[in-house]
Design a protein around this ligand. Structure first.
Ligand code: SF4
Ligand code: SF4
Length: 311
């Protein structure tokens, strides 16, 4: 039975494809988007989360760590030495208030499917199903393929949310298993693409074109980040892309949101995205959508009033 590493399973998702869905978040991502909404998803190995406000300074975790990665401050609260911590997972079970938690676990296809199938009746009633997200689902291609194949065997509608950064062979193998691709397009300018997400856009765009030419159903999703890619030239880049790929099912804008910043401290992470970057207001998002529609872009979905994920 194929195994993979996930960091969450979210039931009753409403924004990861049509209907009511169960979204499985796979760990690991080759990109480094400045505005990543799930920064804990980037490493493929498990990550230790520590929330000091939950720590009651009981000291139970200190002696169990084999790497001596835990110490205390003057108030008895724990400090995690990230250089030493291997994410072994020994300390969370002794932490009653769940100040320490391991994010990321190895699972079999069958274990995941057991959870996904619990809501089968909701999928039937709403046109929903299973969505693979991340991280980057294509970072674990064999596991993603096995999970999707098992879901298809049971008649589930399957979506994949992807940055598109993967070898074409990994994408191609999933084509018969995916009913709808939710495909990110993050930045038109080549130089800025590399600056904002850590990789050039060539592979991503080549995969998008090949998927389009293969007749896949695709919604292109565009995170728009103030002071970064929320620029007129990038909106024009979206218009150009929609003209080059006329068989796309549509585009969806994902306005920036900043709730992810609260997660950074839990994992001792930092961001280069300035804190002057704020979520856009409703009128601004309406203006973006109206501009694109005036130029012939088919817009599907409206995240302006929601706490949308941008990845
Ligand atoms: S996860 Fe393992 S290595 Fe890291 S702090 Fe806990 S016990 Fe130590
Ligand atoms: S076991 Fe949990 S609550 Fe107790 S000191 Fe360690 S982190 Fe704090």
């Amino acid at each position: 039975m194929a195994t993979g590493r996930i960091f969450d399973i979210q039931r009753f998702s409403l924004h990861d494809g049509p209907g009511i869905r169960t979204t499985v978040f796979l760990k690991g991502c080759p990109l480094r988007c400045l505005w990543c909404g799930n920064p804990e998803s980037i490493p493929s190995e498990p990550s230790l989360s520590y929330q000091p406000d939950r720590c009651i300074a009981c000291g139970a975790c200190l002696p169990v760590c084999p790497e001596k990665a835990l110490s205390t401050d003057a108030a008895g609260k724990v400090r995690v030495d990230r250089q030493r911590c291997t994410g072994c997972g020994v300390c969370p079970p002794v932490c009653d208030p769940h100040a320490l938690e391991l994010v990321g676990r190895e699972v079999t296809v069958g274990e995941v499917l057991d959870v996904v199938l619990r809501d089968r009746e909701y999928y039937r009633a709403s046109g929903g199903g299973l969505t693979l997200s991340g991280g980057e689902p294509l970072f674990q291609p064999a596991f993603a393929a096995a999970l999707l194949a098992a879901a298809k065997e049971r008649g589930l509608h399957c979506c994949v949310e992807t940055s598109g950064y993967a070898l074409w062979g990994a994408v191609r193998d999933l084509v018969p298993l995916v009913d709808l691709w939710l495909f990110d397009f993050k930045e038109t300018n080549r130089h800025l693409h590399e600056k904002y997400v850590g990789k050039p856009p060539d592979l991503i765009l080549a995969n998008l074109r090949q998927l389009h030419d293969a007749g896949a159903k695709i919604i292109v999703r565009c995170p728009l980040i103030p002071q970064h890619n929320a620029r007129p030239e990038h909106l024009d880049g979206i218009v150009a892309l929609s003209r080059q790929l006329p068989k796309l099912d549509g585009f969806e804008l994902l306005p920036y949101y900043d709730l992810w910043r609260a997660k950074l401290a839990r994992f001792s992470l930092q961001t280069e995205l300035p804190d002057t970057v704020k979520p856009p207001d409703r009128d601004t998002v309406d203006g973006w959508n109206a501009y694109l529609q005036r130029h012939g872009v088919r817009i599907v979905g409206d995240r302006a009033a929601e706490s949308a994920r941008s990845g």
